[in-house]
Design a protein around this ligand. Structure first.
Ligand SMILES: Cc1ncc(COP(=O)(O)O)c(C=O)c1O
Length: 394
């Protein structure tokens, strides 16, 4: 259902002051002003250390506890299963390295399976585990950017201890069939982690429905600030070995004085996501459909990378023959979006994700990622269609 009135409702503009239209919501989201309001007191009056026994400490602890309940509620978990961390990278690292070490210490196997399109935070953590004696298998994805459960099952061995398959990809937005994958891992007693960084803002994330044992949630992909994240650890899963030891915070799983304002912000963002995700997702999907229709009218030879059906609403990843991403970015200065070929700053190599779905280096160089989110308006989409179509013609 289109929401024709929405533009009028959007008071907050992430790209105000004449800056380019922000179309990069998979890179990061602006902080929702309501989230800022929720966290501000914890930067000023409620500055206590949650470990302190006095009233300052208790107020900070109450903020952290509330946030833990909100994050747990968003993903269908118990608050005792939530560990706050400083980033998605850290959550993935704790999940993977912590579990691999714990299972090895208990005499378990040494084989780990991940998909070919995981975020570098997973890929490189596993590269390191590989150098540390674990064996890593990368399960391929099809041209639709999804893992085939039968291929996944075929990679598993008696010594497989852990698998990590992301919920939604940050470049091409494709959603993995985690329900089917978890049915396979559960039967074999394999711990399943999912990096759900790109999930909760626009899709349902329920740990029981997905069947995962570990799940990464990231603040700055869901309208909370950068530098705060969470790891869900199922109560029955092996307890990951902590990677930071010290003051014993987070039930000993992650030492460090809690980032109270950040954690409160993540909780507030989770509460908003729970309330507004369905309407947000529907509105964003409408905008994406309009954007793709408009661009395809002007550029009939463009192709969409990855499944359009199993995809987060706010993502389009497009290959546009005849114009490189770098040229498009120069010719469309009114828009802020990413080149699909090198998603990580300063990295000239073609994206492994695009290579994994079968794109050549040449095609990857003609690929862009357009990310739509909570503050994208219908006028932004009109501007994007106009600017990109004109830029591709020039
Ligand atoms: C899918 C995915 N996983 C992990 C991360 C890393 O999160 P952070 O930047 O908080 O370390 C990102 C962010 O780029 C992401 O998109």
């Amino acid at each position: 259902m289109p929401h024709p009135d929405h533009d009028a409702d959007v008071a907050f503009r992430p790209d105000g002051g004449g800056r380019p239209v922000y179309l990069d919501y998979q890179a990061t989201t602006p902080v929702d002003p309501r989230v800022v309001d929720a966290m501000l007191p914890y930067l000023t009056t409620e500055f206590g250390n949650p470990s302190s026994g006095h009233c300052y400490g208790r107020a900070a602890r109450a903020g952290v506890d509330r946030a833990r309940r909100e994050v747990a509620e968003l993903i269908g978990a118990d608050p005792a299963e939530i560990v706050f961390t400083a980033s998605g990278t850290e959550s993935n690292h704790l999940a993977l390295t912590g579990t691999a070490q714990a299972v090895r210490a208990a005499g378990g196997g040494n084989h780990i399976v991940i998909s070919a399109i995981e975020h570098p935070a997973t890929q490189e953590t596993c590269d390191r585990l590989g150098r540390d004696g674990f064996e890593i298998t990368h399960v391929p994805v099809g041209p639709d950017g999804r893992v085939d459960p039968r291929l996944f099952a075929a990679t598993l061995r008696p010594e497989t201890i852990l698998a990590s398959i992301m919920l939604a990809n940050n470049e091409i937005g494709t959603i993995q069939p985690l329900e089917q994958l978890s049915a396979i891992t559960r039967d074999r007693g394999i711990v399943l982690h999912s990096d759900a960084a790109q999930g909760p803002a626009t899709i349902d994330v329920d740990v029981d429905a997905l069947g995962v044992d570990l799940l990464t949630v990231v603040g700055h992909k869901m309208y909370a600030p950068k530098g705060v994240a969470a790891l869900y650890v199922r109560s029955r899963a092996p307890r990951p070995q902590p990677q930071l030891v010290g003051g014993g915070q987070e039930r000993g799983l992650r030492a460090s004085t809690e980032n109270v304002p950040g954690i409160v912000a993540l909780g507030a963002a989770a509460g908003i996501a729970r309330q507004e995700q369905p309407a947000d997702a529907a509105r964003i999907l409408d905008l994406r459909v309009r954007l793709l229709d408009g661009l395809a009218d002007a550029m009939p030879d463009l192709t969409v990378n990855g499944s359009l059906t199993h995809r987060i609403p706010g993502n389009l990843n497009l290959t546009i023959p005849g114009v490189t991403a770098a040229e498009l970015m120069t010719k469309a200065p009114g828009l802020a979006f990413s080149a699909g070929s090198a998603c990580h700053t300063g990295d000239p190599a073609p994206s492994p994700v695009l290579a994994a779905i079968g794109l050549t280096g040449e095609e990857a160089a003609h690929t862009v990622r357009l990310g739509i989110g909570r503050y994208t308006t219908s006028a932004d989409i009109t501007a994007a269609i106009t600017e990109l179509s004109a830029a591709a013609r020039r």
